[in-house]
Design a binder for this molecule. Structure first.
Ligand SMILES: C[S@@+](CC[C@H](N)C(=O)[O-])C[C@H]1O[C@@H](n2cnc3c(N)ncnc32)[C@H](O)[C@@H]1O
Length: 405
């Protein structure tokens, strides 16, 4: 932009145009995912270009308070009340009598604005935070488990001489919760919070891209089954949670003839929704034990390996490889960093830190995966990438058993 143009910008006009653009776009339903992603990036860039650094640091400093405010409001069931209200505006008395809480407290947690008539008006996202919704589970899990573990990170690192935490049974999570249990063992002993964790996984699926959208299920499953499939495709989702990924695959490919096995720990399978399809067979299974389903067409490990340090990943891979035959395929869905790919996306950085704090583990690069797989006699055939790579480095690794000849 030339200096002459810079001088001619009228800030008031810019504010007006941006605000009109925002109003227009908020009613625009046919923006593509790609356009939305690029628009958001442009807005983030604009915001970071004009916001003074000092303000950014202030915002960062107070971020944790917002999560806590939402957590308190969830306990007070304010979102359930607001969601039911047809006007979505509440009197102070409604809040007091429903939540047994002081309306001044409700206001001071900053989730309402007061209308000129003295009514409390919650934000538009209120319905997503009502009890039992995946996003309210996400807030519960992050607030109650991840943030306390993260808060202990500075103390933990100063005591361990700033070494990278890499022991799944002795990382900041154990330090914060004064336990020797691995996160998942601890969760098994705390069913209510394990259930919130399962909700978080479901929320992630709604927010992120699911593996059937990255890997070309339509074409590749046909190849796996051969030209005239005599038998249904057998798919085993190892550590598949409450079955949300299989359910998504079935919705994506309603004509797929397949038998699905959903494996996870017994405590998790208790949370499988009652109405789940009859052709999905839940099977309690610990992936550190030999894989009981032999010679399946497809084994899936989605967001599993990033929870475990290398030695544990090798055990999981070994048991899977031992069950595979020469026609079996293993699909691994994870963030797959590409060294030298330039930008690292904020969500990937946060997830990497979450893995370190909670499991002494990490997100891995393509070459780290290649090495891990090769060490257990597995070949990386292809890395399938998210088509729109703006948001994250997620990928699906298509893996085969190494041929011995
Ligand atoms: C990060 S979640 C991923 C869930 C699901 N695959 C997805 O993509 O949403 C990891 C899953 O591994 C399961 N898990 C942890 N330890 C396990 C074990 N020893 N055997 C089987 N499943 C386990 C957890 O219960 C959880 O459902």
């Amino acid at each position: 932009m030339s200096p002459a143009m810079q001088e001619s910008i009228d800030i008031e006009n810019v504010i007006d145009a941006l605000s009109r653009t925002g109003n227009y776009l908020s009613n625009q339903m046919d923006i593509t995912v790609d356009q939305r992603t690029r628009l958001l990036k442009a807005c983030e860039k604009l915001s970071s270009q004009i916001m003074p650094l000092r303000n950014k640091i202030w915002d960062l400093g107070f971020k944790g308070f917002e999560t806590t405010a939402i957590r308190v409001a969830m306990d007070m069931r304010i979102f359930d009340l607001a969601g039911k209200s047809t006007t979505k505006e509440l009197t102070p008395q409604q809040i007091s009598s429903h939540a047994g809480a002081d309306p001044v407290l409700a206001l001071s947690i900053g989730l309402f604005t007061i209308t000129p008539q003295g009514m409390y008006k919650p934000g538009p996202w209120v319905n997503d935070l009502a009890q039992g919704r995946p996003l309210s589970d996400m807030i519960t899990f992050i607030h109650d488990v991840m943030l306390p573990a993260c808060q202990k990170l500075p103390e933990f690192l100063s005591k361990t001489g700033y070494q990278n935490p890499s022991d799944a049974n002795a990382c900041p999570f154990q330090y914060a919760f004064e336990t020797n249990d691995h996160l998942y063992t601890w969760l098994s002993k705390n069913p209510a919070i394990y259930s919130a964790f399962c909700g978080l996984m479901k929320a992630m699926e709604q927010n992120a891209i699911c593996w059937p959208d990255i890997f070309d299920v339509h074409e590749r499953f046909k190849v796996f089954q051969g030209p005239s499939p005599a038998e249904p495709l057998q798919l085993v989702d190892v550590g598949g949670g409450i079955g949300h990924k299989i359910q998504y695959l079935k919705e994506t490919m309603p004509d797929l003839v397949a038998e699905f096995t959903l494996q996870d720990l017994p405590e998790v399978l208790k949370n499988v929704p009652a109405g789940m399809n009859a052709d999905i067979q839940p099977m309690p299974h610990d992936f550190f034990q030999p894989q009981p389903v032999k010679g399946a067409t497809v084994y899936v490990l989605a967001r599993i390996l990033h929870n475990w340090p290398d030695a544990d990943c090798r055990k999981i891979l070994r048991h899977t490889r031992d069950a595979m035959n020469d026609r079996s395929t293993l699909l691994i869905h994870e963030g797959v960093f590409t060294p030298g790919a330039g930008e690292v996306y904020p969500l990937d950085v946060v997830l990497d830190m979450v893995m370190m704090v909670s499991c002494g583990s990490m997100e891995r690069s393509e070459s780290q995966f290649r090495e891990l797989l090769a060490s257990e006699g597995l070949d990386l055939v292809r890395v399938w990438r998210v088509k729109n790579q703006e948001k994250s480095q997620e990928g699906v690794l298509e893996v085969r058993k190494k041929r011995l000849d």
